[in-house]
Design a protein around this ligand. Structure first.
Ligand code: FSO
Ligand code: SF4
Length: 546
């Protein structure tokens, strides 16, 4: 195996024997094969589409789900990946038949013709993975694109589940996959394609924002309880609000409470979910603390998306773990989605009733809900505070959290920030500082949490609105610094989206991606002023806030 798609890539270069995330060698190799199949499907689908033919129903869903299932910490189950490989090969062959019937000549590609038996899957995977591209820089750009597409797939899938699909996004994704498969592309063309992916990243996040707010209302200032109640509970993790809605409906009146974990915390900010009395609060912290926190929770845990930490052999909660959608874990029950997009949580609810209530980890509240609509309602106050100098700078500290010790930097940085600065955040990165007593500025909290990582879109909307209010020509003239923590591939599409909006001088940490070759990193530094992190003190000086 070779994988270098996330921030925890072994030795900062790549995982080769087993993933630091816990991904086994075989799973990684089946995933490489799955991506090979996805490329084959995309070549056939893209050719049909560009010749004016409709692609088979289910093609878009297949590509989206398959990409999502290969995101870091989403799926550890060989069988579930293999099922997608089989399904993809059959789909690819049907698309090929359709092309032949229509008299279309498909491009030549191994991805379209390979038809090995199952016992050949593992050996085949060796030649179709990341290292198939021998040139380090082209490989770097192709993978940067690939990871952006994975993030895009994740966000699109959430929107699709709420009935908001965008054919242009599907078409772009499949065309990008087809191009890197059948065309010989140089570095400049690949850079252009990566930036195009960033533009579609903005669109997909805008679409998801529209889907979430149309269905559930605009996030609003909310105090979320971090203590526990007396009833047994179900803990829902991941990012999927549609699953949250279904779970809340089905648990109503059952005597079972619902708690959010990690990236599901922003569910509490939506008006539509506030009516549920049994939606008690948020339990615990970011994804990587789940081993201790799931043990203490006592009740069932539902994963709607990543991030899964593989439970230890002797974990007491493994029987209480359920996966859904693109996620999977060997030995854990998978909750199916029916043809109408619904899930039946009755087994989870029945199990919860036999469980003890959660052990209390902490007490108190955290404040959030500062997505664009809520911040705009406070716009006068915010603008006044900036004009008077009460707020000197905003620091965007969005992104992901992770288990590396070096991420202590973000808590230290947040604590060391001068009192006239405000943190804008989204994603699970916030758990490094969202429980610290950082206070407020004239009633405006010093940590404004917009929501999940996809709500980084909200932060961009806020920046663009402020640019308008202050009548600036360039988004980079705003008193906003970007110090973003990244971990997996959704952060990649967020980064590409910000770059496509013209945001410069984004600092990325705790380390720069292993998949950026020195030359590609140089392009990002020269064209966009991307930088890493050093120490809180030195970086604050660099940002002009030290
Ligand atoms: Fe975090 Fe995991 Fe949301 Fe990611 S829970 S790390 S970037 O999946 O998607 O921020
Ligand atoms: Fe390693 Fe990250 Fe890949 Fe897991 S996802 S195998 S930790 S690079």
């Amino acid at each position: 195996m070779f994988c270098y798609q996330c921030q925890e890539a072994a030795k900062g270069t790549g995982c080769v024997l087993r993933g630091v995330c816990g991904k086994k060698d075989t799973t990684a190799r089946y995933m490489d094969l799955l991506l090979f199949v996805v490329r084959g499907v995309s070549v056939a689908a893209d050719t049909l589409r560009t010749k004016g033919y409709e692609v088979e129903a289910g093609t878009n869903e297949f590509v989206t789900d398959a990409l999502f299932s290969t995101i870091t910490n989403a799926n550890f189950d060989d069988e579930s990946i293999l099922a997608r490989v089989r399904k993809g090969l059959e789909l690819r062959d049907r698309l090929k038949v359709r092309a032949v019937e229509a008299g279309i000549v498909l491009p030549e590609a191994d991805e379209l013709t390979w038809n090995g038996k199952e016992e050949e899957y593992l050996s085949k995977s060796a030649s179709v993975g990341v290292l198939r591209e021998p040139n380090e820089d082209l490989r770097s750009l192709k993978e940067l694109l690939m990871y952006g597409l994975k993030g895009m797939a994740a966000y699109h899938e959430h929107a699709m589940r709420l009935g908001f699909a965008d054919e242009a996004i599907h078409a772009f994704m499949q065309s990008a996959l087809a191009r890197i498969t059948t065309q010989t592309m140089g570095a400049d063309e690949l850079v252009a394609l990566v930036l195009e992916a960033g533009q579609h990243g903005v669109q997909v996040m805008a679409l998801l924002d529209r889907a979430n707010t149309t269905r559930y209302g605009h996030p609003e200032l909310t105090k979320v309880n971090i203590g526990v109640g007396k009833n047994p509970g179900i803990l829902i993790s991941g990012h999927d609000l549609h699953d949250l809605e279904e779970l809340l409906r089905q648990t109503e009146g059952t005597g079972v409470d619902v708690y959010t974990h990690s990236e599901m915390l922003p569910g509490h900010y939506y008006p539509a979910f506030k009516k549920y009395k049994h939606f008690v609060g948020n339990y615990g912290n970011a994804w990587w603390k789940q081993r201790e926190e799931f043990t203490a929770f006592n009740g069932p845990i539902v994963f709607t998306t990543n991030c899964i930490v593989p439970p230890l052999e002797n974990a007491t909660y493994k029987e209480r773990m359920f996966t859904a959608n693109s996620t999977g874990y060997p030995g854990c029950k998978h909750i199916a989605t029916d043809a109408d997009g619904h899930k039946d949580f009755s087994e989870v609810i029945a199990l919860a009733k036999q469980c003890q209530p959660p052990v209390e980890l902490e007490q108190g509240e955290i404040i959030g809900g500062f997505a664009h609509n809520q911040v705009m309602q406070l716009a006068d106050k915010v603008v006044e505070a900036v004009k008077s100098g009460a707020i000197r700078k905003f620091v965007v500290m969005a992104g992901c959290d992770g288990r590396m010790k070096s991420r202590d930097y973000y808590a230290d940085f947040a604590q060391a920030l001068p009192k006239d600065t405000v943190i804008l955040t989204a994603g699970c990165a916030k758990y490094r500082y969202n429980k610290l007593p950082l206070g407020d500025i004239q009633g405006i909290p010093r940590v404004l949490d917009a929501g999940q990582c996809n709500d980084s879109y909200s932060l961009a909307v806020i920046a663009l609105k402020l640019k308008e209010v202050f009548q600036l020509n360039d988004i980079n003239e705003l008193p906003i610094m970007y110090n973003i923590a990244w971990y997996e591939q959704k952060a990649v599409i967020v980064l590409l989206a910000l770059l496509s909006l013209g945001v410069k001088h984004i600092h990325l940490g705790p380390t720069l991606p292993a998949f950026l070759s020195p030359n590609v990193a140089k392009v990002l530094v020269e064209q966009f002023g991307i930088g890493g992190i050093t120490t809180p003190e030195a970086d604050m000086k660099l940002f002009g806030i030290g």
